[in-house]
Write a protein that binds this ligand. Structure first.
Ligand code: BG6
Length: 481
């Protein structure tokens, strides 16, 4: 029921995520009438502010982040927003919660704060009795910085909330394009039959960004690309590409299948990490012709930092469907362009009877998740005229042209799912553990061997060793062909 009535408390209310992503997403859902007209949002911060001051500030950020916000609709929306001055570490300030929240409604607590505050916030919510059967808690990443710390947080939260009350966000799962990936695989017979080691020779998954670390230098120094992107977003995409067909869309059915993929990932030895994982860091360069700083010159970054801003991994899934098919994953900041895409390379034909011109593009499916959402299928066709020569051609589907309707952004979909109590697109605890377990040998090896990052020029596609990782197998990253 889209009209569930709820009260939502947003901790970290003055933080970037709430102002730039969550409130604009809630605003959109509100304008579309997907939100109950009695619903209320309580935004929490430490400083003193009136409701009006908060709403004005939020409006300013929302319009900067998204220019389709109308002042009039925002005024309507902001009638539902209240500001609460609270301090996560001061339990007395939590006495406000039972006063303002209506326990007969769904009470949603969204923790968009640094993870050190997850523990005090949970116990303080419990102290005032607000972890009741109508409560839900939403946890933003990063949920810890390794297996142990993630287990600590999860154990702690589990003292107060049951697993089916816990919504661990990975905003990539909310992206329309990521759900489309499931639709392509499991809504059609066409692809599924070929989606296996007998017909697929390799898979590439890329999430590249052209932005640098911006003002988040201090956060990023502690995090790095492996924890920020690979442990969660990239592995979640890998799960959706590689999972077995689920028997329904029910949360645990999907999550069981994703878990199986994570558990089938071939564990990395120290040698594997040295050979098959590339750690990179951007140096100064140019993005779209404008010069940009190197990572070491960024604000709040140590001048001899060895934190990675790029990571590429060759992974293998040890199951009957995928054994020996390499999965190449990579992500980085300050790369040539912002793009997320999945490349499925099908095997070569066994016998060639035609001469072929131009590139090795054939038998390739490219699913682009952003910025534009497209599916391109490359195959060979005969050149016109008096020749037998084949040449790569493609079918090109653009979802924005196909569907005119507004496409919701990841957070909007996920927030609506929390409100409706749908856990399918949230990460279950055992998935998170399995992902950390697989990533941990990389963290350990980098730490123990003090592996320095390979430099790459800002605006490039990453360090040369990233190309070499594929070249060793006779392959190229998609854009290098
Ligand atoms: C976040 C990371 O989870 O994802 C950021 O913390 C990154 O560093 C962002 O920029 C990328 O998300 P999107 O939706 O812009 O691809």
């Amino acid at each position: 029921d889209v009209q569930n009535c709820f009260d939502m408390v947003l901790f970290g209310g003055t933080g970037d995520l709430v102002k730039r992503k969550l409130l604009p997403a809630l605003y959109n859902a509100f304008v579309d009438e997907n939100i109950n007209s009695e619903a209320r949002f309580f935004c929490v911060g430490r400083s003193a502010m009136t409701d009006q001051e908060y709403s004005d500030m939020a409006y300013k950020f929302a319009t900067e982040a998204k220019n389709t916000i109308s002042a009039e609709s925002w005024r309507e929306f902001s009638k539902h927003i209240r500001y609460l001055q609270m301090d996560a570490n001061n339990s007395e300030t939590f006495n406000k919660l039972p006063e303002v929240l209506d326990k007969t409604r769904t009470n949603i607590f969204y923790l968009s704060t640094s993870p050190e505050l997850f523990k005090p916030i949970c116990s303080n919510i419990a102290k005032v009795g607000m972890n009741h059967s109508n409560s839900r808690i939403v946890l933003e990443k990063p949920l810890g910085h390794d297996l142990k710390s993630s287990n600590d947080i999860n154990d702690y939260v589990a003292q107060y909330f049951k697993e089916d009350q816990i919504y661990r966000i990975d905003h990539y799962l909310g992206k329309e394009s990521v759900q489309n990936l499931m639709a392509i695989r499991f809504g059609n017979t066409l692809f599924e039959a070929l989606w296996r080691r007998q017909w697929v020779s390799s898979v590439q998954i890329t999430i590249a960004e052209d932005l640098g670390v911006g003002s988040r230098g201090d956060f990023y120094e502690q995090t790095g690309a492996l924890r920020d992107m690979l442990q969660n977003h990239l592995l979640q995409l890998l799960c959706i590409v590689a999972m077995e067909p689920p028997s329904s869309l029910e949360a645990d059915v999907i999550r069981d299948e994703k878990l199986k993929v994570l558990r089938s990932l071939k564990p990395l030895t120290e040698d594997d990490v040295v050979k098959n994982v590339i750690k990179g860091q951007y140096k100064s360069g140019a993005i779209n012709g404008s010069p940009v700083k190197g990572y070491l010159e960024e604000e709040k970054v140590s001048p001899n930092s060895i934190t990675e801003t790029f990571v590429a991994v060759k992974a293998e899934i040890q199951n009957w469907r995928w054994a020996e098919v390499p999965f190449y994953l990579r992500t980085g900041k300050r790369m040539q362009e912002k793009v997320a895409e999945i490349v499925i390379q099908f095997k070569d034909i066994p016998v060639k009877i035609f001469p072929t011109a131009g590139g090795n593009f054939a038998n390739r499916l490219i699913i682009r998740l952003q910025p534009d959402e497209t599916v391109k299928l490359y195959f060979l066709a005969k050149q016109p005229g008096d020749t037998n020569r084949l040449q790569p051609v493609y079918l090109d589907l653009n979802f924005n042209e196909m569907f005119q309707a507004r496409r919701t952004d990841g957070y909007e979909r996920l927030l609506l799912d929390v409100i409706r109590g749908k856990l399918t697109l949230f990460v279950r605890r055992d998935e998170q553990i399995a992902a950390w377990k697989w990533v941990e040998p990389i963290l350990d090896t980098w730490r123990e061997l003090k592996i320095p990052p390979k430099q790459y020029t800002a605006g490039s596609w990453g360090p040369a060793s990233s190309s070499a990782l594929l070249a060793r197998d006779g392959l190229y990253w998609h854009e290098e062909i």
